[in-house]
Design a protein around this ligand. Structure first.
Ligand SMILES: [Zn+2]
Length: 93
């Protein structure tokens, strides 16, 4: 599920599993699982991993696919400037 922070506009995605459940009184509820652990529903305020604020809002699934401009570009691959040096100096002759 995509999230967006309203504080710093950081966009990220987290995988949640939503299970619908009924309690003993027949009240339907939603159980949010993340990595197998029960977590509070993100609608109550997800924590922004970027700035730590709780002003995150959720998007419907697939939103980011229609708005790829919101996804920050991946870090460009910087070639390793350090040449591969043999730790053992080669003999000069
Ligand atoms: Zn933030």
């Amino acid at each position: 599920m995509p999230f967006e922070c309203r504080g710093c506009w950081h966009v990220w995605e987290e995988d949640y599993v939503v299970r619908r459940s009924e309690d003993d009184h027949g009240n339907e509820g939603e159980v949010w699982l993340r990595a197998g652990l029960r977590v509070p529903p993100p609608s109550s305020g997800a924590l922004c991993p970027h700035c730590g604020c709780e002003q995150a809002t959720t998007f419907p699934d697939g939103y980011l696919a229609r708005h790829p401009e919101l996804i920050p570009p991946a870090e460009p691959v910087v070639p390793d400037a350090t040449p591969l040096l043999s730790p053992v100096p080669r003999p000069l002759y």
